[in-house]
Design a protein around this ligand. Structure first.
Ligand code: PMP
Length: 360
């Protein structure tokens, strides 16, 4: 190793789901929304002049923050906006998890970026095992710590933890910031947002990537009391003041303003999810109760990795994690009804072929 290389930070990065170039694949692997964003988003793009890009974007993101604040019934200084919730979460880890002695806690099975940020920022952390049924076991969170991160509903399990249990966590941890990552909350479960008035150490994080069909625009936000948010703003402005470009800011505003469209799309995904659960049960799958836009399914007979590969051969992409405890599960994003029908058809073929082979 050369001299300079010894001083390089060695990181094991987060690996996002595959984004195949072929547009014909059925893409159920990254929890994207199969429907287009609100029609007003298209209008923003059509009305945009390249000349506007000469100028730096508005750095305080005030219009987007105000629009989100109106939507949620809070004030703009209680909203922080970032480039996807990954950016918001990374900034939050950097800002709030500075305790050198006590570790930050999160579940062993959860969004796999959390430990990557801890490694990046040199934050001590503890992965608390989830229960046998993959639900979050809060007994492991007792005693003072440097921070807590809970994705609720959790990913990739899809399971929702009731807000009463999270309030109990907040009651017993005034010493640290508790981040509740609500990337999927629009598809099921109650938000912790109504408790931000009550707990000054509660940060609720959301994204436009799933329920708003805007994964490509990279918009995420956090909500909490003014003081908490002001720390995040200071961190951001010590790093990069112009995080979000002008077009994206307008796209975000347009999306939030069309509540009727948003409600309709979310309802459609939930309906398709419930239909899909029944079909998967018929095919011999089981799964934790999903409150999200994906189903985390395991088959009674056929290994997940084999199904994953055979689906992939047929141009259907789902997500498979080769990790302890979850290496026999597939995370299947809820697509359109038509996409799900194609998935079930492929699964029928794969599973019946296997059944015939076993019985012969
Ligand atoms: N949190 C969770 C639990 C997620 O699954 C994801 C999606 N990968 C994110 C945060 C990040 O989403 P985004 O950066 O697209 O807002």
């Amino acid at each position: 190793m050369s001299e300079w290389e010894k001083n390089v930070k060695k990181l094991i990065p987060y690996v996002p789901g595959e984004q195949p170039k072929d547009k014909n694949v059925i893409k159920l692997n990254t929890n994207e929304n199969p429907y287009p964003p609100a029609p007003a988003v298209q209008e923003v793009l059509e009305d945009f002049y390249a000349d506007e890009l000469r100028r730096y974007p508005e750095p305080t993101l005030l219009e987007l923050r105000s629009t989100l604040a109106d939507f949620h019934g809070i004030s703009p200084d209680e909203v922080f906006v970032g480039v996807g919730s990954d950016d918001v979460l990374a900034m939050s880890f950097l800002t709030f998890f500075g305790d050198k002695k006590r570790p930050v806690r999160f579940p062993d099975i959860t969004y796999s970026f959390y430990d990557v940020w801890c490694e990046l920022f040199g934050i001590e952390y503890e992965r608390i095992p989830v229960a046998e049924d993959l639900s979050i076991d809060l007994t492991g969170y007792e005693g003072p710590c440097g921070g807590i991160v809970i994705a609720n509903p959790n990913a990739p399990t899809g399971l929702y933890l009731d807000t009463g249990a999270l309030c109990h966590v907040l009651e017993s941890h005034p010493e640290c910031v508790v981040i509740v990552d609500e990337a999927y909350v629009d598809f099921g479960g109650e938000s912790m947002l109504r408790y931000t008035d009550h707990y000054d150490n509660l940060l609720v994080v959301r994204t436009f990537s799933k329920s708003r069909s805007l994964a490509g625009s990279r918009i995420g936000y956090a909500m909490g009391q003014k003081k908490l948010i002001s720390y995040l703003l200071a961190a951001r402005d010590s790093f990069n003041s112009y995080t979000m470009d002008t077009i994206t800011q307008r796209i975000g505003v347009a999306s939030v303003k069309d509540k009727a469209y948003f409600d309709r799309q979310v309802r459609q995904i939930i309906d398709t999810r419930e239909m899909s659960k029944n079909r998967l049960l018929e095919l011999g799958f089981s799964f934790p109760e999903s409150s999200t836009n994906f189903i985390f399914a395991t088959h009674e007979r056929v290994p997940a990795e084999e199904i994953f590969e055979k689906l992939r051969d047929r141009g259907i992409y789902v997500r498979y994690f080769k990790k302890p405890r979850i290496d026999n599960y597939l995370r299947i994003t809820v697509g359109t009804d038509e996409q799900m029908e194609q998935l079930f058809k492929a699964l029928e073929e794969i599973l019946s072929f296997k059944a015939k082979r076993l019985s012969s």
